[in-house]
Design a protein. Structure first.
Length: 317
């Protein structure tokens, strides 16, 4: 596997040797690349990538340690770059509303952000109905959310000098594969009880005139207006959204936040490579505690040491 580095114009300059890499694919969307100062010296603004994979990004920072003669390069992954650009609603409109082919929608957002010289839509796509981008969301988060309305997941890879964005069907392996001690791989499975079940949503306005909405987690896991957990069972939090323009928008944001906070289980798998993708669904079971979980892929941590790639798949349920 060759890690190629290129200048700011994406002209390939060579293959980096003797390095270590830590890359966070979908949560922090950043990387840390370390190499000896006796090696080639990479500049801020340079790119690096591994062809036909998602491994890659732009160098935004570098730091040298004279004691070890090592340079640490850090920056944004491809997803991190997409997450650096904001989708604004059209002038005079509350939302940007789109529909049709995800590839065409992606091309339009890339052009509006001024990054279509680096990114392009891939072949695999899908069609969606009317979709409203959240106000002032990022290009990345907006496209990911749009894709999920069609049960699609964003895939990214470096191909022929371009970062290609495609939208593939989400794979559900939960009925056919279960990861446990029997799988012969390391994993962690975490269960939490004290998740937020009362969200106080604060909107625009001042003091007693401020927009306030209470949302509650129901016993069946849904979100409603009636308090279901009381006393020691109640766990409250606040959503502060002072720029919201309507109670409907405040409720929508509150429900989205409640969904994020509802995940009570998480597990990770540490393996060389399972070929799993972000949003793929798998099942896990711990034979000792009896804990079970079905979750979708939330993140992948990639590590390269001595040319050997390991991936940690992190799932949420």
């Amino acid at each position: 596997m060759d890690l190629i580095y290129a200048n700011s114009g994406r002209t390939e300059l060579g293959v980096l040797r003797d390095f270590t890499l830590d890359m966070d694919v979908a949560k922090d969307m950043d990387f840390e690349l370390k190499a000896s100062a006796s090696n080639v010296i990479l500049e801020i603004g340079y790119y690096w990538y591994v062809a036909d994979t998602e491994y890659g990004g732009r160098i935004d920072d570098r730091k040298i340690d004279s004691a070890t003669n090592m340079i640490t390069y850090s920056g944004r992954t491809w997803r991190g770059i997409l997450d650096s650009y904001i989708v604004e609603p059209p002038p005079g409109e509350p939302y940007l509303i789109v529909s049709g082919d995800l590839g065409n929608i992606t091309a339009s957002r890339l052009s509006a952000a001024g990054i279509s010289a680096l990114f392009r839509p891939g072949i695999e796509s899908a069609s969606i109905g009317s979709f409203a981008f959240d106000r002032y969301t990022t290009v990345y988060r907006g496209l990911v959310k749009a894709a999920k309305t069609a049960s699609r997941s964003m895939g990214i890879l470096w191909s022929d000098g371009w970062v290609e964005i495609s939208f593939h069907a989400i794979n559900d392996y939960s009925d056919s594969v279960e990861y446990s001690q029997d799988s012969g791989m390391d994993f962690t499975l975490e269960e939490q009880a004290a998740k937020v079940n009362h969200l106080i949503c604060l909107g625009s306005g001042e003091l007693e005139n401020r927009m306030v909405l209470h949302l509650y987690r129901q016993l069946d896991g849904s979100t409603g207006y009636t308090k279901a957990y009381v006393g020691l069972e109640e766990v409250s939090d606040i959503l502060d959204y002072p720029s919201v323009e309507s109670i409907e928008e405040l409720e929508k944001s509150g429900r989205d936040r409640m969904e994020e906070l509802s995940k009570s289980k998480a597990f990770s798998l540490r393996v060389n490579d399972l070929g799993l993708l972000i949003d793929d669904v798998v099942a896990s079971r711990d034979r000792i505690t009896g804990m079970t979980m079905t979750g979708s892929g939330a993140n992948i941590i990639v590590r390269i040491r001595d040319g050997r790639v390991t991936q940690e798949y992190i799932f949420g349920g």
